[in-house]
Design a protein around this ligand. Structure first.
Ligand code: GTP
Length: 234
């Protein structure tokens, strides 16, 4: 069912209980989980956020120029990408980082055809620095890269089980959806991903699987056809 996926991880998930930065245990666990996906012979591309280090939007609401704040956020995703590459390579998962902003001493530039070649060779590819443009989120980068590499779906990791009608951390009666259409996500403002990313997925019929990353093995179960979390499709 899935030959190639794009996994979108949140930067905030990396910070663990310390509330900032990268928790080595959490990143090592993520790497292990990704290795298991590779063992199923699924091509895995990754986009990781940067919210554990710097949140562009939050800084801009506090008065910083939005573009500057967003560029700083993009650099934060590069730090996370390099850390994840290191964790993956420590457990023998060949990984390439490609950045949308030129940082040639640190990683490869984003070259679509090269990324696809890496995937074909069984390497995990991490797309860093978002789309390289301010005003676009890492969710939008995930949607864009998923289209470009012809992924079968986007897997969006969260800390709750799926998409709910209200915040399950605030409302104990919140109801989880097992299935949604893109239109429902947009009209009900369900914030699965931002509206740019959701529209891009809608226009290009890219399914989005939203699942709980804190439960080990969830992605693997979805790949095997089990209904876990929420799927957003037509
Ligand atoms: P193949 O050509 O398919 O064998 O891929 P490869 O990635 O192994 O070969 P390549 O010679 O392109 O890269 C070798 C190593 O250098 C890899 O770890 C790449 O990620 C890295 N690399 C390639 N281009 C750049 C770059 O522009 N900057 C940096 N910092 N590293 C690069």
């Amino acid at each position: 069912m899935f030959k190639r996926i794009l996994l979108k991880l949140s930067g905030e998930a990396l910070q663990g209980h310390q509330g900032f930065g990268i928790d080595p245990k959490i990143i090592a666990n993520m790497a292990k989980e990704i290795k298991e996906l590779r063992e199923l012979d699924v091509d895995v591309a990754l986009v990781i956020g940067g919210g554990n280090i710097f949140r562009g939007l939050a800084a801009s609401t506090l008065g910083m120029d939005r573009s500057t704040a967003d560029y700083m956020g993009m650099l934060a995703t590069v730090l996370n990408s390099l850390a994840l590459q290191d964790s993956l390579e420590q457990i023998d998962v060949p990984t390439r980082v490609q950045s949308a902003i030129h940082l040639s001493e640190l990683c490869e530039p984003y070259i679509r055809r090269k990324a696809v070649r890496h995937l074909e060779k069984g390497r995990v590819v991490i797309f860093a620095a978002g789309t390289g443009n301010p005003y676009f989120t890492t969710d939008t980068a995930a949607a864009l890269r998923a289209m470009e590499i012809h992924a079968d779906a986007i897997f969006k990791a969260t800390k709750v089980d799926g998409v709910y009608d209200s915040d399950p951390e605030k409302n104990p009666k919140a109801k989880m959806f097992s299935k949604l259409t893109y239109k429902e996500v947009l009209t009900r403002d369900l914030k699965v991903m931002d509206s740019t990313a959701t529209s891009l997925c809608m226009d290009n019929k890219m399914p989005i699987y939203v699942f709980n990353m804190t439960i080990h093995g969830n992605i693997k179960q979805i790949l095997k056809g089990k209904k876990i979390g929420t799927v957003v499709e037509e």
